[in-house]
Design a protein around this ligand. Structure first.
Ligand SMILES: [Zn+2]
Length: 141
């Protein structure tokens, strides 16, 4: 059975995501792309987010990839908006339903090589880039 959201074989995406996070937290060289991993994974699994949350993650990913903002700059921006109460919406899903139309993603988290940090960062970046490309055109429900 493939994942109904990202299309990963045998729905191995969740297991892989957990493995990625464990690596990223234990090894700084892997952790360099942590923000991309989270954004890309969440965008592909929209049932975990509210509509506003999904759009917010897409904006974040765009800022990382297109505008090349560093994670620390974005973290400060996010912190400022949370502190000032600007982020008034609920981030996580209320009903567990996808907020985007089913789409065929070019890459999934299973395309990432885990063996060394260099390949890992390269693959996460490529995956996140392709997710953003798909996410820019997908129909939002
Ligand atoms: Zn999936």
């Amino acid at each position: 059975m493939t994942c109904p959201e990202c299309g990963a074989l045998n729905s191995l995406c969740k297991t892989r995501f957990d493995e990625c996070l464990a690596l990223e937290f234990s090894d700084l060289r892997y952790g360099a792309v942590h923000n991309l991993t989270v954004c890309a994974y969440m965008l592909q699994h929209s049932s975990q987010l509210s509509r506003e949350g999904w759009l917010y993650e897409r904006d974040l990913l765009r800022e990382f990839i297109v505008e090349g903002k560093s994670p620390s700059v974005i973290r400060q921006q996010v912190k400022d908006s949370v502190d000032s109460g600007k982020r008034a919406f609920k981030f996580t899903s209320r009903d567990g339903k996808p907020v985007i139309k089913k789409t065929s993603w070019k890459k999934t988290i299973l395309d990432i090589r885990m063996e060394n940090a260099e390949d890992y960062c390269e693959d996460v970046t490529a995956w996140a880039g392709s997710v953003l490309e798909n996410a820019e055109t997908v129909a939002i429900l």
